[in-house]
Design a protein around this ligand. Structure first.
Ligand SMILES: Cc1ncc(COP(=O)(O)O)c(C=O)c1O
Length: 386
């Protein structure tokens, strides 16, 4: 039976606490970047195990600014997986650099050292590691294997709360690590992003670049009226990419609720794994998806297409027709005209194979186990052709 309401693939959970925080900030008369943002940055830094966190208006901006302060520019090559959201590769394009796409492991869906090393050239300036779905890729081994001078930037849009194999949190590696607080993320503030890092002088550069290259941010000017705007003249091109207190006050509450959200996500993932194993043909899922170190932002399923009548897109549409918000993460970037730019696309056999059979099932802290059962029932009916 079709669900009466559409089940979105990701839906944030906001309680009265987030609503009270927004009310408090609205009543304070200061909704720009200020004390809430500073407090959120400190709390987030503690949570991810980094000495500095710089918030920005999106993870896309975080990735762009990270490459910018790493010195990436025209003529440089930036290696990243093709199996990712466009933001990863676009960060390189914004700077006139060339994204060079690498393949991924078929089971973890993340890049490996071998995939990256196969793409390194004398022009390689950076590698962007995507922790797909919330599974942390092994950045320590990668960094050790890369030539000196190649920078690693982590795209941790999915991976707040994830841990590396040694148990340390994503954000604590020493690499510039970029998080997203977009509407459907594990920690949601509608929009927003952050860079976790260890280098204090880079953190200062990022703080300035996110606000027009100004030496003093808007909150300091507001709270210290004797500070004149542009008493130090601009000497670099900056951007308008700052976060706001209206968002940060939500983020601070969402951060304290991460254990609650993680427990719900784990229950749903467990329910999916049990259900998927019992289906005919059985469906594959991302390796380590029940591992305590996985952030479970996405629940990725791999269809056994050779034993099915429908293709992946037909399965997704059939699920949506039953009010199940299944989705696709991702269409491979290396085959898209924007990135080929008239050249023959690289051959990335694993990416091309898995991308044709991958779909994501709804998972969020707003879901119940009964929602997960609806998903499994609908999926079973679709793949068995009922
Ligand atoms: C892997 C990945 N990187 C980057 C981003 C960009 O995040 P934002 O929407 O905060 O810019 C996303 C967004 O979903 C993503 O999935």
């Amino acid at each position: 039976m079709t669900r009466p309401e559409y089940l979105p693939f990701g839906k944030p959970h906001f309680s009265d606490r987030e609503i009270a925080a927004v009310t408090r900030v609205l009543r304070s008369g200061w909704v720009g970047m200020g004390p809430e943002t500073i407090a959120f940055e400190r709390e987030l830094a503690d949570y991810v195990g980094a000495p500095h966190v710089v918030t920005v208006n999106s993870c896309t901006s975080a990735l762009f600014l990270s490459l910018l302060v790493s010195g990436v520019g025209p003529g440089d090559e930036v290696i990243c997986p093709s199996l990712t959201w466009c933001s990863t590769a676009n960060a390189a394009l914004y700077l006139g650099a060339q994204p060079v796409f690498c393949d991924v492991d078929p089971d973890t869906l993340c890049l490996t050292v071998e995939h990256v090393l196969a793409k390194v050239t004398p022009k390689t300036k950076a590698v962007m590691v995507v922790h797909l779905g919330g599974l942390a890729a092994d950045v320590a081994t990668l960094r050790a294997a890369l030539p000196k001078g190649v920078v690693v930037v982590e795209d941790a849009a999915h991976a707040l709360g994830a841990r590396f194999p040694d148990g340390k949190p994503v954000g604590s590696s020493g690499n510039l690590t970029c998080f997203s607080f977009y509407a459907n993320k594990n920690l949601s503030t509608g929009e927003g992003g952050a860079i976790a890092l260890f280098d204090g002088s880079l953190a200062e550069q990022l703080q300035s670049l996110r606000q027009h290259g100004l030496p003093v941010d808007a909150w300091k000017r507001f709270s210290h009226p004797q500070q004149l705007l542009l008493s130090n003249p601009l000497d670099r091109l900056g951007y308008k990419m700052n976060y706001t207190d209206l968002e940060a006050c939500i983020g601070r509450i969402q951060l304290t609720r991460q254990p609650e959200f993680a427990a719900i996500r784990l229950d749903i993932a467990q329910r999916y794994v049990n259900g998927l194993k019992a289906m005919s043909p059985p469906l594959g899922f991302q390796r380590h998806c029940l591992d305590p170190y996985h952030a479970r932002h996405l629940f990725v399923v791999q269809l056994a297409l050779d034993r099915m009548r429908l293709n992946r897109d037909e399965v997704v549409l059939a699920l949506r027709a039953q009010n199940i918000g299944a989705s696709i993460h991702y269409a491979p970037l290396h085959l898209m005209p924007l990135y080929c730019d008239g050249r023959q696309p690289a051959s990335l056999p694993v990416t091309e194979q898995v991308a044709a059979r991958m779909l994501t099932l709804p998972i969020s802290a707003s879901m119940s186990l009964s929602d997960a059962d609806d998903v499994l029932r609908a999926l079973e009916a679709v793949i068995e052709g009922r």
